[in-house]
Design a binder for this molecule. Structure first.
Ligand SMILES: NC(=O)C1=CN([C@@H]2O[C@H](COP(=O)(O)OP(=O)(O)OC[C@H]3O[C@@H](n4cnc5c(N)ncnc54)[C@H](OP(=O)(O)O)[C@@H]3O)[C@@H](O)[C@H]2O)C=CC1
Ligand SMILES: C[C@H](O)[C@@H]1OC(=O)[C@H](O)[C@@H]1O
Length: 256
């Protein structure tokens, strides 16, 4: 039980990596605020996750609000304070990656990607940090960045800068917030099979190529990211701040 009775907010938790992280936090004793887009079609997924967390003996509430809206962070924080008495851990995970080539990138896709993945992260982290400062007992902030913060992708020229951006945000926030006992770290997943890349990886050749680049011999599952997030959120990592944790099955170091 690394997070017993802690109050944890996770954005983008209705499915994929965020959902796996929410369940892992609950298994470790946390109560969870589940952030999701607010789309009507996503509501049942968030409600199902609440039931799964309740079955683990923990509490959960869902807040549906667009990640790119500067007010969303405050809504998430209010839900944590009203329901669980405060915020101990904030995980910024919500993100999109609409694969597209560079030269003809529609302005709307670029702007939506940056707004959802980076601008929203800034304001949500700011809201969580202000609440943690007010509480006076420190806290942990984790951004789900990516191996793509470190390397490029021809169909991801709008996306990789946002992942480098949230990594950089954690580094600067670690400096700004260390004086309040607030630790800020980034998790950098490799290729994890979720809805975000289901179309892209439905191309068997691409799928097998990505597997072949991974020393551990398989692509990641959302559950592979839950443990590293719990570690960074917990007191096991009490002297870790400004750090980046690659969780990629060895893909990044596999040059030759
Ligand atoms: N899968 C991978 O290979 C990798 C993923 N990542 C990062 O991990 C994070 C999660 O990705 P993953 O689990 O794969 O993706 P999924 O597509 O499975 O899940 C995305 C989550 O983000 C939420 N979300 C999407 N758009 C918005 C929005 N506008 N406002 C609020 N919430 C939104 C979704 O909510 P809803 O259900 O309501 O749409 C959902 O909960 C992303 O930041 C991604 O960049 C990093 C490296 C690798
Ligand atoms: C969505 C992609 O498959 C995924 O996103 C990332 O951040 C990884 O680097 C993969 O490219």
């Amino acid at each position: 039980m690394l997070l017993k009775d802690k109050s944890v907010i996770i954005t983008g938790a209705s499915r994929g990596i965020g959902k796996a992280a929410a369940l892992e936090c609950a298994r470790h004793g946390a109560n969870v605020v589940i952030g999701y887009s607010g789309r009507e079609s996503s509501k049942p997924k968030a409600e199902k996750l609440i039931a799964e967390i309740n079955e683990l003996g923990r509490r959960a509430v869902a807040v549906g609000a667009p990640a790119g809206d500067p007010e969303t962070g405050e809504l998430l924080v209010k839900a944590a304070v009203d329901n669980f008495g405060g915020v101990d851990v904030f995980v910024n995970n919500a993100g999109i990656c609409p694969f597209h080539s560079f030269l003809d990138m529609p302005k709307e896709i670029y702007l939506e990607t940056v707004n959802t993945n980076l601008n929203g992260a800034f304001f949500a982290v700011q809201a969580a940090a202000n609440q943690m400062k007010k509480q006076g007992r420190g806290g942990a902030i984790i951004a789900v960045s990516s191996i793509s913060a470190l390397v490029g992708g021809a169909m991801q020229t709008h996306y990789t800068p946002t992942k480098a951006g949230v990594l950089s945000l954690m580094q600067s926030c670690a400096v700004a917030l260390g004086q309040y006992g607030i630790r800020c770290n980034a998790v950098l997943p490799g290729t994890i099979e979720t809805d975000i890349n289901a179309d892209d990886l439905s191309d068997k050749e691409k799928h097998d190529y990505m597997v072949s680049r991974t020393p551990l011999g398989r692509l990641g599952k959302p559950e592979d990211i839950g443990g590293p997030i719990v570690f960074l959120a917990s007191d096991m990592a009490s002297y870790v701040t400004g750090a980046s944790l690659l969780v990629d099955g060895g893909m990044f170091v596999n040059l030759q």
